[in-house]
Design a protein around this ligand. Sequence first.
Ligand code: NAD
Ligand code: MG
Length: 381
Amino acid sequence: MRSVAVLGATGSIGAQALDVIAARPDLRVCALSAHRDAAGLAAAACATGARLVALSDPDAAADAPEIDGVTTFTGDRAVADLIEASGADLVLNAIVGAAGLRATLAAFAAGADVALANKESLVAGGELVLAAQRASGRLLIPVDSEHSALAQCLAGAGPETVTGLVITASGGPFRGRRREELAGVTAAEALAHPTWSMGRKITIDSATLMNKGLEVIEGHHLFAIPYDAIEVVVHPQSIVHGMVRFRDGALLAHVGNPDMRVPISWALTHPAREATVVPTLDLTSALSLEFEPVDAGTFRCLALAREAGIAGGTAPCILNAANEVAVHAFLDGRIGFLDIAAVVEEALERVPAEPLESLEQVLEADRRARAAAAGAGAAAA
Ligand code: NAD
Ligand code: MG
């Protein structure tokens, strides 16, 4: 029996993870976190029998659920305290945003394996996460579908045989549009993703292609592959999730229906690859797979992310924090769609990047980038 702490349990990935765990007698939920949704957290605690929960938003502490036999952690250290108290074998980090970095570090410090959906952890503090993982001797298992695919294609491969990684992008709801057509698009249009149903922040990141930029940085850290060997290709069907190029000319692909329960299950049951309810791909019905290059001039966030990744240090943290601020401003209707890239670019210009040494430094770069992005966003509004 493996005990699992599910962080971000009320979100899109969190809820799907609870479904996967409920179907498996060998997995047990020991702890749950949510940020503000006290009712959702209480419902999840009752459904799973978890005895430890955390509500992380300090402003929501007053709403924290009171359930007989359940301990509730609140406040600034709520998630770290929850992880430590839980003694979980595995922590699934499905928190959204750089707020997830401390949780990832806390999970390794507590000696747990980490199933990581929270790509922002690796973007903001990749070196810190990898150092914490090495020190703990535990596993870092990707949940992001592309990285789950890549990890599976890479299994057993000698590093010298690998010449490149390919990350696929659906292209989002604005694939094929020209830049000038995107100035006036609304949040509702950007939230209408063609192939995946996800939380609001990652759905906007998918529309700008920042999500692929974050995933390039995530892939660089997870697989120790140089940036120039990580390609992004648009694949509108979202059937091929990731591919690995090998030196003999072979290209291994991971193919399947777009359903996050597959990579979630792979991470939670690794290395056993247990059964899921997700149907395998039906090859008897008409199926065509298309691939096309990214329109980098229209979707500028991808290049900004790649540049920040190559610059290294705190640059990816600055990029990520500014993007979080810009995405919220766009969702609130305060800035336009094209302003997201402009705000991120301005924050990267205004906040100098430094070599990455400590968590405190990452938190400070994150804070400064948010302030710079808020200023740039207010000017754009
Ligand atoms: P979501 O918005 O649906 O859920 C986010 C969860 O995090 C919620 O439970 C929320 O309460 C919690 N949360 C929000 N802010 C927090 C904070 N400051 N501190 C602690 N907890 C906080 O998001 P999601 O779509 O489930 O995405 C979660 C993570 O997984 C993101 O990093 C995303 O990029 C990644 N991811 C998601 C998908 C997907 O299909 N949804 C796919 C790949 C990767
Ligand atoms: Mg992904």
